[in-house]
Design a protein around this ligand. Structure first.
Ligand code: PLP
Length: 462
């Protein structure tokens, strides 16, 4: 039995897969402040036009430029692993496979889109990118991509992660980027929040506002903003993961996957693995597709499907998505990358359609799962990734109870070698669960009361 299943570089997928082309009920458009759909030129101060074209594209397949592949070869195709040591520890009849996205230089799936976004910006003549980061994985991925493509990079890092993960900042600086704690004194959005809440741990919503402001106020016109998740073009760039997995599984005669699992913050690593399988499900395959999230930030499992802003200061268009409200400041759990109030519109629409079964998990169960993983498979997982592992273990145990030989495919989205303070707190017994209280949920979703409501129409097939 092979533990690692490799794919030759010559067999790397050469196109990205766009789920928007196949969704049975079409994606609803982003709206501007007047309630009308935004036009591509309204997004032009924020993103380069070549990425805006991808954002609105309805083409099923989009070619990956050779120069992007040439950078991805540093770690792609990523290996697919059979989690046989975990299977043995659980005594499960399930066959568990995982894509190891932790082998990229910054340590997660994030560079799959960072490289693509930096490359398209460079083609468009942009010299400098701004962005936000939660756990620091995205900020370091963009710093890495900008170093290879000779672009300047500035990262607004959510305060709590900035304090918990100093080595992530050092990674960004090693790749030549500048990293500041958010909220900062450098933008109007940051200053306003600091006036109201000087001790705020920050949030991805606030950091996004700061990064967009920093991009659009550069009068040279040579700065753009880059987002590490949520948007359609980001999901698109990640689909290389699921396409590789399919080829790798087919190469060992594994032609039917029963369950696909990924953790979802803004949705990108999950989408990357899952969307090629969602296409199969739309075409009639029987697959359970599970995005997982923290019960302290229960966007997919408890929030409404609404139009909402992607950031706290309402600088982004309104996106049709599951959202806890753009002012939501999540509890300080260690999975910083899962502390986002919204969810990718493509993932949200697939949930509305009934194509996915989201699951919320408590922090302690996830750390227990990550510890078992470390003591069986060996790798130390990012706290975000532990949400996928915990769900995988639940599925594997259920397969054991049912005596079924299920095939489970999971995305191991990143390593946790820069996240050891969370492990320290867990091992010292200092971590607690933070289920979001009902009163706080209803307070935070209030902010969307007056915003337009997207249609919940669906085909009714699932
Ligand atoms: C390792 C890892 N996994 C998952 C996520 C969640 O993001 P997304 O849902 O876009 O994959 C992050 C985000 O920071 C991350 O660093």
């Amino acid at each position: 039995m092979a533990v690692k299943i490799f794919l030759a570089e010559k067999d790397i997928p050469r196109q990205w897969y766009n789920l928007a082309a196949d969704l049975p009920t079409p994606l609803q458009p982003p709206l501007g402040p007047d309630g009308n759909p935004v036009t591509p030129d309204m997004l032009a101060p924020v993103f380069p036009m070549n990425l805006i074209e991808q954002e609105v594209s309805q083409d099923r397949w989009i070619d990956i430029p050779e120069e992007i592949l040439d950078i991805l070869y540093r770690w792609r195709p990523s290996p697919l692993y059979r989690a046989k040591y975990l299977e043995k520890a659980l005594g499960t009849p399930a066959r568990i496979y995982y894509k190891n996205e932790g082998v990229s230089p910054p340590g997660s799936h994030k560079p799959n889109t960072a490289v693509a976004q930096a490359w398209y910006n460079k083609q468009f003549g942009i010299k400098r990118l701004t962005t936000e980061t939660g756990a620091g994985q995205w900020g370091s991925a963009l710093a890495f991509a900008c170093a290879l493509l000779d672009l300047e990079c500035k990262v607004f890092m959510v305060r709590i992660s900035f304090d918990q993960k100093p080595f992530r900042r050092l990674m960004m600086e090693t790749w030549g980027a500048e990293c500041v704690a958010s909220p900062s004194e450098e933008t109007n959005a940051g200053r306003n929040i600091l006036k109201e809440m000087p001790d705020t741990p920050g949030s991805l919503g606030i950091a996004i506002s700061e990064a967009i402001e920093a991009a659009v106020t550069d009068t040279s016109g040579q700065t753009r903003y880059s987002l590490g998740s949520v948007l359609n073009h980001v999901m698109l760039h990640q689909t290389i993961i699921g396409q590789e997995a399919k080829k790798q599984l087919a190469s060992i005669g594994e032609n039917k996957v029963d369950v696909v699992i990924g953790c979802a913050g803004g949705g990108s690593n999950f989408a990357g693995l899952a969307f090629p399988y969602v296409a199969d499900k739309i075409a009639g395959a029987d697959i359970k597709i599970v995005p997982t999230e923290p019960s302290s930030c229960p966007t997919m499992t408890r929030a409404p499907f609404s139009y909402d802003h992607g950031d706290t200061a309402c600088m982004t268009p309104l996106l049709p998505m599951y959202s806890l409200g753009h002012t939501f400041v999540p509890p300080p759990i260690h999975a910083g990358g899962l502390r986002y109030h919204g969810m990718a519109p493509l993932v949200s629409q697939a949930i509305v359609e009934g194509l996915m079964e989201p699951m919320a998990l408590h922090q302690l169960e996830c750390y227990e799962a990550a510890i078992l993983w470390a003591r069986t498979e060996g790798f130390i997982s990012a706290p975000e990734t532990s949400h996928a592992i915990a769900a995988t273990i639940r599925e594997a145990k259920q397969a054991k109870e049912e005596g079924k030989e299920k095939v489970i495919l999971m995305n191991w989205s990143g390593h946790g070698l820069m996240d050891l303070t969370g492990y320290q707190a867990f091992l010292e017994g200092k971590l607690v669960d933070y289920p979001l209280p009902e009163e706080e949920l209803s307070k935070s979703i209030h902010v969307m009361d007056k915003l337009p409501k997207p249609s919940m129409a669906k085909s009714g097939k699932w």
